[in-house]
Design a protein around this ligand. Sequence first.
Ligand code: ADP
Length: 467
Amino acid sequence: MRIIHISAECYPVAKVGGLADVVGALPKYQNKVGANSSVIMPFYNNKFTRAKKFESIYHSKVKLGSHELNFDILKIEDSVLDFDIFFVHIEALLYTEEVYVDNDADRFLAFQIAALDWILTLKEKPNIIHCHDHHTGLTPFMVQECFKYKPLSSIPVVFTIHNAQYQGWMAYNNLYKLPMFNIENVGLLLWDGMINPLASAIKCAWRITTVSPSYMEELKYKANGLESLLMHEQSKAVGILNGIDADVWNPETDTYLIKNYKKSTVESGKKANKEWLCKQFNLDKSKPLFAFIGRLVGEKGADLLPNALDYALRANNISVLVLGSGFKETENRLFGLIPQYDGNYNAYIGYDEKLSHLIYAGADFLLMPSRVEPCGLNQMYSLRYGTVPIVRRIGGLKDTVVDIGDDGFGICHNDVSVQDIINAIHRATDFYNSQNEFKANRKKIMTIDHSWELSAQTYINLYKSIN
Ligand code: ADP
């Protein structure tokens, strides 16, 4: 079975968040179960692309209305990835340092048209086109409706919602930029009077998936305006929990760590990584270390962290380390706490892949007070590294973390509030102080299996059901 994933992000090429981790792992695990799975993504001007050599395997022009742009399809020379990856190179639009900039509507429309133009030329067409998030949300419509893609229209298109908050809205007057289609069907592109790529994908894809079962249910009641649409289309929708790439996220082999460890050596391994972190960030290594890693945005509940941490640091004997970037005000407030709690608190404002691995390894607890969490990968990474997740019961967090009070292994809270975060930290500190129980739990959580094998197979079964 030939599968082409179309995505704006893919680890290790370009990563902003969990989308990249998923698209960088799912094809690899699909190939392990006998599929021929590949990825097509934009060619950005970033560290990864600057360090590699590429060859052009196709050249043509992409049209946005009457505006024509040159594009190439590139392949990496000597790729070491476990799946084929192709790049749409449109110098004028896509070749940016950042994945997301300000004219994303045009950028990702051109990307999708160029990708489909190239797929049209393939002798061996894919059996499945799998699109991810709103950046590729117009593809299901174009495959089904645009005259020039008629030869592709029998290929089932699957669309995964990684995050329904962002929908890629475009003003109606951008319609002319799409390849020709029967205008009577324009409604398939629209929601509330705008072109809405996410809504269009929900209408046109053969199957919709979300990245956890709970998120699928939650979207029927809270989907940034698309609730009724999701309710209406629920018969073709299913939630499939993401996995983690257990090769990349493995404390036994992770090259970013100061000391590697496995279940039997977790105590000494975590100690060495914690000591390194505490030294680097001027933290007290004798105290339980709480960490937060992620985008500093409302979805992650990051705006509540400054007040919650301020109180928790005064009330408990703890250390805290934050890694993230996002809203300036939250960044400033989290950074501003450093002098007040010098020696017990620090924050690294920015993105640092290596540091994130070291924190998963060295922290005792990982905070995830999310308002919205379609799946969440951090909690699964933290489990694998023996770090206890503290999560709000929402979306994928609800599907993957069970509270210690319910014979589980994590700390869960119901609300996104300063008080709930404080209470959770308080419970975690008590748990940490019961060292025997705490240490036994560390070993237990490291064995929880969230690897991709099962989910990759579930996707293949879904593809087979529509082929
Ligand atoms: P989302 O995609 O909503 O941001 P996920 O939990 O699905 O959230 O994935 C987040 C991914 O991004 C994880 O791999 C996490 O480690 C990583 N990440 C987030 N912020 C940072 C950061 N500042 N530095 C390093 N890695 C980060």
